[in-house]
Design a protein around this ligand. Sequence first.
Ligand SMILES: [Zn+2]
Length: 398
Amino acid sequence: MTDLILRHARLPHGAQADLRLSGGRIAQIAGAGTLAGDGATIEDLGGKLLVPGLVEGHIHLDKTLVGVPWMPHLPGASIADRIAAEKRLRHGLSVPVAQRAEALLARIVALGSVNVRCHVDVDDELGLGGVEALLGLRERWRDRVTLQLVAFPQSGVLRQRRVAELLEEAARQGVEVIGGLDPAGYDGDIKGQLDIVFGIAERHGRMVDIHLHDPGELGAFQLRRIAERSAAAGLQGRVAASHAFALGEVGRASFEATAAALRDGGVAVMTAAPGAAPMPPVAALNDAGVTVFAGSDNIRDAWSPLGNGDMLDRARLIAWRQGFAADEELWLAFAMTTEHGLRALGLDGHGIREGAAADLVVLPSPHVPQAIADCPPRSLVVKAGRIVARDGALTDPP
Ligand SMILES: [Zn+2]
């Protein structure tokens, strides 16, 4: 692969520079207009903003109905009702999971998400069908996106006969992360579910990411138990709690104790800036030393007909839900879709510096706060030093 030179890039903190990308990395950052071609491909950015590749920290590619004609939403009063409604809906689908997932993946890569964590349903009925489809997709798209898979027990771990075994088999087959779901609210057994999930993660050297919708003190209690498990297993920095609505509901003393436990246990918190649920207070968690990152969650599926997979738009929604207005608050929302996301996914060696992975996005914006306000089109998306999308379209889809 020939080197790629990005000339006259505006770096996130304002200065212009030239970058040479080589071997998948940022080989050199030099003064604007100073790097010679030497047979490299040259892109003159003309002062456009260059930012790290976006991180989609939580998506369900296997559930999406993108690529399928519109299906009206089926309501469900409880999580269990919604799971049952989803099963009914998915039974009637003629478009296979790999095709639907790929349609959505193509969309999000073109929008600049080049590092992605995807939860994939595992239950007695589906078995590992979804995981196998997504493992195939991960391989097929590996030059365009780092796709990290979570084996997700959407129907619980203990309520189903084979799920514990299926999660373990998914770890053997190569998923990076073991998922969980409301150990108390869904399985009714906090210790039982966490024993299985952390046990598999420890045996196979995998990460953990648990969906935690349980409210108030019940949710906060479980977050502290997850943090203790993480510390006891030496998994700090490799465990996440997704949603953690409880952090947006509990009183101050409980919040502070739980945030301290999450920090000490190295447990990151993912939020999608939910529209109708309590949201963790992002800035307070960040101030307490907790890694807070962002994801789209459901996009056009049985759980939500909305969502667009645009992580700049997600940063804007986070800012909107949190009442962020100051530039430094917008920077925090942006970090949740870039560097904090990478940290939560255990992907280091990124950023805009020499030696870092050359995962980059070019935006027609003067700076990051305005990019969040405007959500401009993506001029270029670069994965491992190669242009994978230009002006919103993939350059060479697989
Ligand atoms: Zn989810």
